[in-house]
Design a protein around this ligand. Structure first.
Ligand code: DX5
Ligand code: ZN
Length: 218
């Protein structure tokens, strides 16, 4: 079952307690938390305590928390976030030992994901396949929400889907909205992350529901 995953990067931090339950009521089950260190990406956000708070809201209703670590050498951060996460992705560009990190994520009890920037060759995922639960294929260069989707991402999703075992889920993150959600799904994306298209809309629940409908029809 494909899922639209609200990315809390664009939510109003003073209204998490209202916006997260409203999206859970609307059927959202995977919430994406972006962690940035100001080094791997030029932005800083989302620490362990806010993630703990979000996890409380999400998990009491059976939802899952997906932590996307955009940090250099994320080894230590895996341990910090794992208690508040069900899925964790690390960037293949951020550490020389991604294979080891994926094992560390699973050992911490989370599903393990590898994230790849738009300029990274797709083949890097193949030697990691045995330790992978999902691949996060970036649709933008990470760091900020609200950027335009890079059109070549669709071909990258298709190629990844062909390349990867069916046991590995495909996530797309960045620039996903009403104009391209169905295309991304048709190209093989199972988990469609969206921040600004949901939280930048006047009614985030309606915007979420609209994306779900487009993905289901794809
Ligand atoms: C970007 C983050 C994304 C971001 C997506 O660096 O990894 O998860 O929240 O934002 P939108 O959907 O607005 O492109
Ligand atoms: Zn993300």
């Amino acid at each position: 079952m494909p899922a639209v995953c609200p990315s809390l990067m664009s939510a109003d931090p003073l209204r998490f307690g209202e916006q997260v339950p409203a999206l859970l009521d609307a059927g959202a089950c995977v919430f994406h938390v972006d962690v940035m260190d100001g080094r791997f990406v030029p932005n800083l956000m989302m620490g362990t305590e806010i993630t703990r708070g979000i996890a409380g809201l999400v998990r009491e209703r059976g939802g899952r928390v997906d932590v996307h670590l955009m940090v250099e050498r994320p080894g230590d951060a895996i341990g910090w976030f794992a208690p508040h996460a069900d899925m964790i992705s690390v960037h293949v560009e951020a550490d020389p030992h991604p294979h080891q990190l994926l094992g560390q994520i699973r050992a911490a009890g989370c599903l393990a994901g590898i994230a790849i920037n738009p300029g990274t060759p797709l083949e890097v995922v193949m030697p990691l396949a045995e330790r992978l639960d999902y691949v996060n294929c970036m649709g933008v260069n990470p760091g900020f929400s609200g950027q335009s989707f890079i059109p070549g991402t669709l071909a990258r999703l298709r190629a990844l889907r062909d390349m990867l075992p069916t046991t590995v889920a495909l996530q797309v993150d960045g620039g996903i909205g009403p104009a391209n959600a169905a295309d991304a799904r048709a190209c093989g994306a199972d988990l469609l992350v969206s921040a600004s298209a949901i939280f930048g809309a006047p009614d985030p629940v309606a915007a979420y529901a609209d994306l779900v409908e487009r993905v289901a029809a794809a």
